[in-house]
Design a protein around this ligand. Structure first.
Ligand code: GSH
Length: 215
């Protein structure tokens, strides 16, 4: 196989973070857009788990977790030094808070019925994490200074999802650093590029090559 293949879904925050890492690593790859409502058999045959993102490397290795795809891409090429972080252990704790606690609260806030009291309890719980990030972003552009790190790229797609549940409520909250951080991400070429609208992939399609070096 000439190029790695990324199976992705445009609005999925996990797929977004994988695309952010691949974009930063400037890796040529084939993009296959999957609709979660109608997953092609060829995709399910490859990954019975049925979640996106999934990456098939040029050596036929299958990577089924967004974080592993990010690390795979950035270990190949990391011009922004996103992986230059102080402590792997600190990063693992951060990921666990984000992917478990924050994401569970976000899902409940997003999907519970508006009359369910847990909806707002979960929104408040999620805000505790946002408050920590807001504090961390004080006087700096990104979570760890003036350049992004993997921390920013793993989390921003989920912060966007949280903000979009009720945009006017979110905009009225006092997370001034988060507002700035999120807006500058949403206005960036990086975000624009990874949100390109591909048509859905069908197994007979000819490859959709994605060469980020040319953007
Ligand atoms: N732990 C996985 C989670 C991926 C995930 O849950 N993706 C969702 C979409 S955002 C999915 O594919 N869900 C399957 C479905 O909705 O059928 C990762 O980090 O890649």
């Amino acid at each position: 196989m000439a190029y790695p293949i990324l199976y992705s879904f445009r609005r999925c925050p996990y797929a977004m973070r994988a695309r952010l890492a691949i974009f930063s690593a400037e890796l040529k790859h084939e993009h296959r857009e999957i609709l979660l409502k109608e997953k092609p058999k060829a995709f399910l045959d490859l990954s019975s788990k049925g979640t996106v993102p999934v990456l098939l490397t040029e050596n036929n290795k299958l990577i089924k977790e967004s974080l592993d795809i990010m690390k795979w891409a950035l270990k190949k090429n990391d011009p922004e030094k996103l992986l230059n972080i102080e402590s792997e252990k600190h990063f693992s704790v951060f990921i666990s808070k984000l992917d478990n606690d924050f994401k569970n609260n976000l899902d409940n806030y997003k999907y519970l019925h508006k009359e369910d009291p847990n909806k707002l309890i979960c929104r408040n719980n999620a805000c505790e994490f946002l408050q920590q990030l807001d504090l961390q972003l004080n006087n700096q552009k990104w979570l760890f200074g003036e350049t992004p790190k993997i921390y920013d790229l793993v989390s921003l797609p989920f912060i966007r999802q949280f903000a979009n549940v009720d945009r006017s409520w979110f905009d009225n909250q006092s997370f001034k650093n988060i507002h700035r951080w999120l807006s500058s991400f949403l206005d960036s070429d990086r975000f624009f590029s990874i949100m390109y609208k591909y048509k859905k992939w069908t197994p007979t399609d000819i490859p959709t090559l994605n060469d980020f070096e040319k953007i």
